[in-house]
Ligand binder design. Structure first.
Ligand code: CAA
Length: 389
């Protein structure tokens, strides 16, 4: 008998500050309609100087550990494309901040924004092999482009933590998956750069190619038909991309591309991404969180997921919403994570964007800015020093 494996719990965290797109538009003279309608973004989360992918990841995961304990967790997979170290997994810091047992394997995974879906699928494989164990998947990213570049309006920051195990309380993940890989240079970040490089329009084309490629493989593998899905959770570098992707998929399948039909299929999946911005690996699962929090009862309904990571690797897969899921949602906490952010003006945002640690190996304290439960207190001898409050 095949096991029911999937997402048992899901929690997210985002940055301390928020920059409304109206402030960015006023600075660079852009007509606000381009941001609100053209790319579908209203505001972007901006991390404090003492926040990073580790503090965001630990903040997202802490409520999961508080609710379920750590006894069954034997693996932590940390997915990111804004890594802080070339050797040590950011997950090891999270493991330490959360006080997880030493009998745990911890690893970091990278393939641009697709990393969290790889982590989820690997987690499912591990649980299949040992159904007694649970896997903690943490997807955490700070999306950063150059100031005054076209990508700047699509920045953001967030982490999603998911507990993966048998008999999940939220979503059962199904086989098959539709897979697609193509060697393209649409978005990349060489090791010596902090901000990503992107060929924006090329990247949209590459994403749409991947939608086609994954769907083709998904149907060849015997997947569901389009009509069966209650909603579609797309990777959302900006929320308008989900509309472009779904329109492309409908066209490819020979269907009408009426805007109302597309809006219905996306359901509420864009609500959190629209105000948080691009969170890279976390983005598609923020879409899921928003859908589960806001949609009418989805019990027993299949959901579609399209995960895209530049470079590029993509996966189309399905999950079915489990009976009783609403009792396990974190809707109020999710709302609070968004509402608690302090709005900054353009000058403050620019200072935060330009903040860097000196790289001289000395002792450097970080300004105390975050009000969250974990902070990056400083750096000493090239070692990052974290603090739990
Ligand atoms: N009112 C309403 N709409 C307006 C408008 C106005 N006043 N002015 C412009 N628009 C519309 C445009 O018509 C356009 O819509 P369509 O795409 O539907 O034609 C939209 O606003 C954007 O306008 P431009 O294409 O002129 O904007 P741009 O040149 O500044 O670039 C971008 C937009 C390419 C998305 C850029 O922000 C960028 O490079 N972003 C980063 C890369 C990215 O997110 N790529 C997505 C795919 S890659 C991926 O998914 C991985 C990842 O996470 C990075």
């Amino acid at each position: 008998m095949s096991l029911s494996i999937g997402i048992h719990d899901l929690s997210f965290a985002t940055g301390e500050f928020v920059l409304p797109h109206t402030a960015l538009a006023a600075h660079n003279g852009t007509e606000i309609g381009k941001y609100h309608l053209g790319i579908g973004q209203e505001s972007m989360s901006v991390p404090a100087a003492d926040e990073d992918i580790v503090t965001l990841g630990a903040t997202a995961a802490a409520p999961i550990i508080a609710r379920h304990g750590a006894e069954r967790i034997r693996t932590v997979v940390f997915a990111t494309e804004s890594s802080i170290d070339q050797a040590k997994s950011a997950g090891v810091y999270v493991h330490s901040l959360l006080g997880l047992p030493s009998a745990t394997r911890v690893v970091e995974l990278k393939q641009a924004c697709y990393g969290a879906t790889a982590a989820l699928q690997f987690a499912i494989g591990l649980v299949q092999r040992d159904p007694a164990q649970q896997v903690l998947v943490v997807a955490s990213d700070v999306s950063k482009y150059e100031l005054d570049s076209p990508g700047e309006a699509t920045q953001g920051a967030a982490a999603v933590a998911m507990l993966v195990g048998v008999d999940p309380a939220l979503v059962r993940i199904e086989d098959p998956s539709g897979l697609f890989t193509a060697d393209v240079m649409d978005f990349w970040r060489p090791n010596y750069r902090e901000a990503a490089l992107v060929d924006g329009h090329e990247s949209i084309g590459a994403y749409l190619q991947a939608v086609e490629g994954t769907w083709k493989d998904y149907t060849e593998q015997g997947g569901r038909t389009l009509e069966e899905f209650a909603a579609f959770c797309y990777h959302q570098p900006f929320t308008k991309m989900a509309y472009k992707a779904h329109r492309h998929l409908l066209n490819y399948c020979g269907y009408d591309t009426d805007e109302a039909v597309i809006a219905r299929a996306l359901g509420h999946t864009t609500a959190y991404n629209r105000v948080i911005g691009n969170s890279y690996t976390a983005s598609v699962y923020l879409g899921l969180a928003a859908l589960l929090d806001r949609a009418e009862d989805l019990t027993g309904r299949p959901l579609a997921f399209l995960s895209y990571g530049s470079g590029s690797v993509a996966e189309f897969f399905a999950g079915t919403v489990v009976a009783g899921y609403r009792e396990h949602l974190r809707t109020d906490a999710n709302r609070r994570a968004i509402d608690r952010r302090t709005e900054v003006d353009y000058a403050r945002y620019r200072d935060l964007h330009e903040w860097r640690f000196p790289t001289d190996g000395g002792d450097h304290a970080t300004p105390e800015q975050t009000t969250g439960p974990f902070r990056l207190a400083g750096i000493s001898g090239h070692k990052r020093l974290y603090q739990a409050r």
